[in-house]
Design a protein around this ligand. Sequence first.
Ligand SMILES: Cc1ncc(COP(=O)(O)O)c(C=O)c1O
Length: 384
Amino acid sequence: MKKSYIMAPGPTEVPPEVLIEGARPVIHHRTPQYRKILTEVIDGLKYVIQTANPVYIIVSSGTGAMEAAVANTVNPGDKVIVASIGNFGDRWEQIAKAYGANVIKISPEWGYAVKPEELKKALDENPDAVAVFTQLNETSTGVYNDIEKIGLLTKNHKALLVVDGISGVGAQPYYSDKWNVDITVVGSQKGFMIPPGLAFISVSEKAKKVIEANKSPKFYFDLKKYEKSAIKEKMPDTPFTSAVSLVTQLATALKLIKEETIEKVWERHRILARAVREAVIALGLTPFAKENPAVVLCSVVVPDGVDGKVLVKKIRDDYGISMAGGQGKLEGKIFRIGTLGYTDRFDPIIGIAATEMALKELGAKIEIGKGVKRAMEVLIEEKY
Ligand SMILES: Cc1ncc(COP(=O)(O)O)c(C=O)c1O
């Protein structure tokens, strides 16, 4: 028998209460019964995203909501600023280019966050830019951005602020409205603790006007259709067939988040990530993030003499724990230990123990037990 764990920054493990919900008979989506569930779910999403703006549910992975954000705000030839700090930031550039945008890219060395002064310069030099696209948490490098500071820069600029919160929202402090974010996109398989398949997108008044005027070709991702359904007969509906079972699972997951409170969810993630990071340092390994280390995962430089891909495979195949390797130019160079979503204090210990055992077997010069000891010390010191 082998017990399996997911310690990746998405998809994440799903609580039993939520799994059971997915096994219930499917109800029809055009019924008052379902629209009542949808009403509760949208209220819950607003709470997690911290917004009073409309939130639409799209049946797609997170990238679908990223594409919807671009397709509805960018016309061919428009100038946009992409503030990228990793692989997912580069995805904004790819999508924007696919829609014919003229992309101004600012991108510090991977491992660092967006420098607000660099973004300010780009905004000052490009008063005609229609949007700034960036990430709350860049999952590929394990670095988060200071969205509050970025929002202060876009607030009085023509450009909309579009934030990919796919891995960060529901895990780290985030105030969409207070921080002047126009569009937040999120996915279901991370902090929301349900399986992959849903994406959420919130839209400010400033963004709504841009969406109304947008001319890019689109159909399934046309947010005007979602807005029309959202206000139909004063009760939310969806423009296409809803992923009913995922939405009912989401209703349960949101109840769990509300019971815990979003502030305590953020605090739990901070503490678990700190335990992992300090354990990694105690083992003599190097976290990849040079600043703003993520609270949903810890990215770790693969030690000399170890093949990063073999390490991740060994932890998965021999120890049953799915962690993540490096992406793009970091492939084989880092590995990422996730503590995201349905996680608790023993998760860092399991993840670090497996890392130590696998590294030892692969010949790394580490003293086993040192990381686990440090993780336990942090978890005794910090209560949540
Ligand atoms: C920050 C970020 N953006 C975008 C994505 C892509 O989301 P999806 O794979 O759900 O399309 C991910 C997935 O890991 C992510 O972490």
